[in-house]
Design a protein around this ligand. Structure first.
Ligand code: SF4
Length: 394
């Protein structure tokens, strides 16, 4: 089996036929990037035939940085008792949502550390207050590891916690915390998160309750291409099962490279010969294309501008991605590890989409299209790519 035969089969077919793990590995290892991106774009048009690229006006809220999990790639958390810990009050969180409402946003993505000082009543009180005062904002809150922490403190199961949160008004979960769903890699970089099955189990519980979910993937821990395909395969298999039960499953998939600058993982490997750590633009674009080709049952692939820069994200839109992510307004977890830019105006996103050859379309968390204002009046003045982001296509 050679890569050119597989590519030819993809680009000459109007069916979204399933690629095997073996075929995908051949493509990952051997296909030239431009042909991978062409094939992924062909598939993108079969999944999403429109020339629209969607985006979301939302805000991240990182409500607490107290965490007991100590992931090696994380520069955001502080252990309990550290003098730099914080936990936002209900009023502080609400103030952030008011700012989002003022720019017409539709969703908050709220996640933080695993903070043992917060019990389930604190969370339920928060969700109820936000639901009452901000009814138009979708509340996508708490990644699987936070839910596991809340369940542990409460002496209940994650399913029971999810049921109570849904009753209080929670809309969905952020996709964070999946990183690399391969036991060997997870044990190395995030041993306290436990087995990859935990993340998948919590997500499946949420999906069966009708909560909105997405899937994420962090690359660049020194894993192999087979490991990356194993991660994608875990998601594809779960999606298959959940869809067959009549649920919506993961709405989208987004990957980004681990940020190495200021965390234990980066320091631990600095000066080593582990040249394969992290991922540059070409490696990232390769992974986006592979994910579009492999994940035949996940409707949307997002480009990650916060970690790659807007220029690379624009290229991802030409190689499998159909969504430009969101404005974010504020993000503290990934950016704490050294990314250069962590918020974009709606104008920047729209301009970047237009310059990639697509038309911008506002959406909500469920990918329902919303009315889209034209913010591109002063288009030439908009900076589309941070100056320190270099597009390296090799
Ligand atoms: S990534 Fe999340 S779970 Fe891991 S240490 Fe950071 S805040 Fe805690």
């Amino acid at each position: 089996m050679d890569w050119s035969t597989i590519i030819e089969k993809i680009v000459t077919s109007n069916d979204i036929f399933r690629l095997t793990n073996e075929e995908t590995l051949v493509l990952y290892d051997s296909a030239p990037l431009h042909q991978l991106m062409d094939a992924a774009h062909h598939r993108r048009k079969l999944h999403n035939p429109s020339t629209k690229v969607t985006y979301l006006v939302d805000r991240n809220i990182n409500y607490t940085n107290v965490c007991t999990i100590n992931c090696q790639f994380c520069s955001f958390y502080r252990p309990p008792g550290h003098d730099e810990t914080y936990t936002q009050t209900y009023d502080e969180i609400r103030q952030r949502i008011v700012e989002l409402e003022n720019i017409g946003g539709s969703r908050i993505l709220m996640q933080g550390g695993v903070n043992p000082a917060l019990d389930i009543d604190w969370y339920i009180g928060l969700i109820k207050e936000l639901r009452i005062h901000h009814p138009s904002i979708d509340l996508d809150c708490f990644s699987p590891i936070e839910l596991e922490g809340i369940a542990e403190v409460t002496d209940s199961t994650t399913l029971e916690v999810l049921i109570r949160f849904k009753e209080a008004g929670m809309h969905g979960l952020p996709g964070g915390g999946a990183e690399m769903l391969v036991e060997k890699v997870r044990t190395d970089v995030s041993p306290k998160k436990g087995h990859p099955d935990n993340w998948l189990r919590v997500m499946e519980e949420a999906q069966t309750l009708g909560l909105t979910t997405s899937a994420t993937n962090v690359i660049g821990f020194g894993e192999t291409n087979s490991n990356r395909i194993e991660h994608l395969d875990r998601i594809r298999q779960q999606q298959e099962r959940v869809l067959s039960q009549g649920h919506i499953g993961f709405t989208s998939f987004i990957a980004w490279p681990v940020q190495l600058e200021t965390n234990t993982f980066g320091k631990r490997n600095r000066g080593s010969n582990r040249f394969e750590l992290g991922a540059g633009a070409s490696e990232y674009l390769r992974h986006v294309a592979i994910s579009r080709l492999f994940l035949d049952n996940v409707p949307h692939i997002q480009a990650s501008w916060p970690t790659m820069g807007m220029g690379v994200a624009q290229m991802a839109l030409l190689g499998g991605a159909d969504d430009a992510g969101s404005t974010m307004m504020e993000e503290n977890v990934v950016s704490a590890s050294g990314t250069t830019k962590f918020s974009a105006s709606e104008q920047e996103l729209q301009t970047s989409i237009i310059r990639s050859g697509f038309s911008p379309q506002r959406r909500n968390s469920d990918y329902i299209h919303l009315e889209t204002p034209d913010t591109t009046i002063s288009l030439p003045d908009v900076m589309c790519s941070p100056p320190n982001q270099v597009v390296e296509l090799v």
